[in-house]
Design a binder for this molecule. Structure first.
Ligand code: HEC
Length: 149
């Protein structure tokens, strides 16, 4: 338990270190990489590659929620240039992008609330909590990310 708390605080520290940086593209990619790590953990437990552990499940949900809350701060005007896969639609349809962010925040907050104090009791409870969160990855990328082939 102590070890896990350390891991979670390390994640929080690295997120705030990035947030202090004035390099918005690097910051938002780092947040998305943290998303990918948490989604990877969730996927591994759902597939049975990793034994289900409620504390790890909760840590993954908290990380997704933290990045959902912060991500939208890193799209200033002009940051559509450079080494980024952010679509120009983010700036052209700012209201649509905000709606996608709001949905992501709401879904991750609901998942954290469902996890309770000790994390989802079993794998089925975890699947029910994290399922709606994971649907956001694809829909936001389809709408607001330049497609990679
Ligand atoms: C609200 C919109 C939105 C949601 C939700 C979202 N993403 Fe992203 N994601 C983006 C955008 C925009 C980029 C491009 C960032 C850039 O290159 O500047 C991106 C980039 C990424 C990247 C590439 C980062 C890099 O280093 O280039 C990964 C990996 C990723 N997302 C994973 C995820 C996962 C996993 C989820 C769901 C748990 C998710 N994303 C949910 C918008 C979103």
């Amino acid at each position: 338990m102590k070890k896990l708390a350390l891991v979670v605080s390390a994640i929080c520290l690295s997120v705030s270190a990035v947030a202090a940086s004035d390099e918005p593209v690097a910051a938002r990619k780092a947040l998305m990489d943290a998303n990918a790590a948490s989604a990877g953990l969730a996927g591994a437990m759902m597939k049975g590659d990793l034994a289900y552990n409620p504390a790890i499940a909760k840590a993954a949900l908290l990380t997704l929620n933290a990045s959902a809350k912060t991500f939208g701060s890193f799209f200033p005007e002009g940051s559509q240039e450079g080494d980024t896969t952010a679509s120009p639609k983010i700036w052209e349809d700012a209201a649509g992008f905000q709606a996608a962010l709001d949905k992501y925040m709401a879904d991750t907050s609901a998942a954290v609330a469902a996890a309770g104090r000790d994390g989802p009791a079993d794998l089925d409870a975890f699947k029910a909590a994290v399922g709606p969160v994971l649907g956001n990855c694809r829909s936001c990328h389809e709408n607001f990310r330049v497609q990679q082939n």
